[in-house]
Ligand binder design. Structure first.
Ligand SMILES: [Zn+2]
Length: 198
């Protein structure tokens, strides 16, 4: 059975979103069809407005509609700490941790399998920030997987050469986790990040 073309089109578009399969796309499309026309219009306008007006901050990469972003404009922040992340969505997560320094998001996918040359990563805005001389410590906060590991080692070596103190997030076993089922990278990092019991 063929669906009405505009409905089919909506389902196709929704299906392109991450985590949305054909069934969910259909359910969402049917839900949207039952919305008051005004609400549906507002949803469509919100998507376009966000897409048009939100962009990465030229200093730190955080998503913003003003440049520099709210984090970079915040004078109460610790200007001696810089936390490097892969994606600006990581900044939203780290903000909840109580960290109150600056950030730098690479905003690009880094995948070992894609044969990406690490030297191609644009570190120019980062180097400009470091050249101001305020940053005393760079925290590398990349995902604890193989790609994050390679990226961390590369950046640590690059930053160390510039005489910057580089630290990494402690990685270890998740609360409620099971040593028996932990993968070897997690276990190695848990051992490396061990703390003295006092
Ligand atoms: Zn910023």
């Amino acid at each position: 059975m063929r669906l009405a073309r505009p409905l089919e089109n909506l389902i196709d578009r929704l299906q392109k979103l991450p985590g949305i399969g054909p069934k969910t796309a259909q359910r969402l499309a049917l839900f949207i069809l039952k919305m008051p026309l005004d609400e549906a219009r507002q949803l469509a306008q919100a998507i376009v407005a966000a897409r048009e007006k939100v962009f990465p901050c030229s200093h730190c990469g955080f998503l913003t509609d003003e440049d520099p972003c709210i984090i970079c404009r915040d004078t109460a922040r610790d200007r001696t700490m810089l936390c490097m992340v892969a994606d600006s969505s990581d900044i939203i997560a780290l903000e909840k941790s109580g960290y109150h320094g600056q950030y730098y998001a690479l905003n690009r996918n880094f995948n070992l399998m894609d044969d990406i040359d690490l030297g191609d990563i644009n570190l120019k805005p980062l180097n400009q920030l470091l050249a101001q001389g305020n940053i005393k410590e760079v925290i590398l906060a990349f995902n604890p997987d193989m790609d994050g590991e390679v990226l961390s080692r590369y950046l640590a070596a690059t930053l160390n050469r510039q005489g910057i103190k580089v630290t990494r997030l402690a990685h270890g076993l998740p609360v409620g986790g099971d040593i028996e089922f932990a993968d070897e990278i997690t276990l190695r990092m848990a051992i490396e990040g061990r703390k003295e019991c006092i």
